[in-house]
Design a binder for this molecule. Sequence first.
Ligand SMILES: [Zn+2]
Length: 198
Amino acid sequence: MLLTCEQCQTIFRIDDSAIAATGQQVRCSVCQHVWHVEPHQPVSDDSNRLLGDVLKRLRLPALTLIMIAAICTVIYAFRGPLTAAHPQLLSAYQFIGLSISPNLSVLQVENLSADYERNILRIRGQLKNNYHLTSHASALEIKILSQTGEILAIERMVPEDKVIEAGQTTAFFLQVDIDNATDAQVVVTPISQNIISR
Ligand SMILES: [Zn+2]
């Protein structure tokens, strides 16, 4: 290790083992100044301590990063239910370029009925949210088929509500002016569309 005299600044090279583990007095051979010297810490200890300090200091930021990543995952994965429950978030999602569309796999058409009277076909039913969180309602495609399966008309409509609470339904109703639909079949299918902020 190198020792610098506190008084005359002369530098001495001495063996590490020459200094007692608890430190000791040394005398400068040039100016006779006496001072106390602590033993030299091995470099590896220093770097270990430094690494420990760095890790300690990094622990909080690392946890913060993990939390931010977790929050981002939730924000991404649950963007449908989140924006369904809080439509004011839609514009934020749009701002960061994430599109939102209804989760068709949780939507189900129920209680579909069609009445035909004097060339007017009235179609009504409900769209159910089978998910455990609020979901976006989707638009619906309505196919009117003849008995032989020929397409008489295709219509699109949106149900009454834009979002559906968990396990709840929203109603839809459509009235179509159409000929020869006495024995028509009606097929209603939820369809995907980008949901934009409103
Ligand atoms: Zn000296």
